[in-house]
Design a protein around this ligand. Structure first.
Ligand SMILES: [Fe+2]
Length: 89
């Protein structure tokens, strides 16, 4: 999970369908909002827009089964996003 807990972007939308368990997408909003948590559970589908800074982390139960969908192989690559305003909890 370590590689997912760093803020990053993708060159295309990251679509993720949760099939079991739950987890949290932490997504950068507008400057006045900052980072926000999006809690996902089984049956949820999320599409994080391309170039939108985010990361994914587990909840206390540390259980999740998810399917990630990308169009191109390169879309899977996580590009680190340096953000001096970000402080991980
Ligand atoms: Fe991602």
């Amino acid at each position: 999970m370590k590689k997912f807990e760093q803020v990053h972007t993708h060159t295309e939308d990251e679509v993720r369908a949760i099939t079991a368990g739950n987890g949290i997408f932490v997504i950068k909003g507008s400057d006045d909002v900052g980072y926000m948590d999006v809690i996902l559970s089984a049956g949820d589908v999320i599409s994080v827009p391309e170039n939108k800074p985010h990361y994914f982390t587990l909840m206390d139960n540390r259980k999740i089964v998810a399917v990630r969908l990308f169009i191109e192989t390169e879309g899977w690559i996580a590009h680190p996003y340096a953000d001096s305003s970000f402080q991980q909890a």
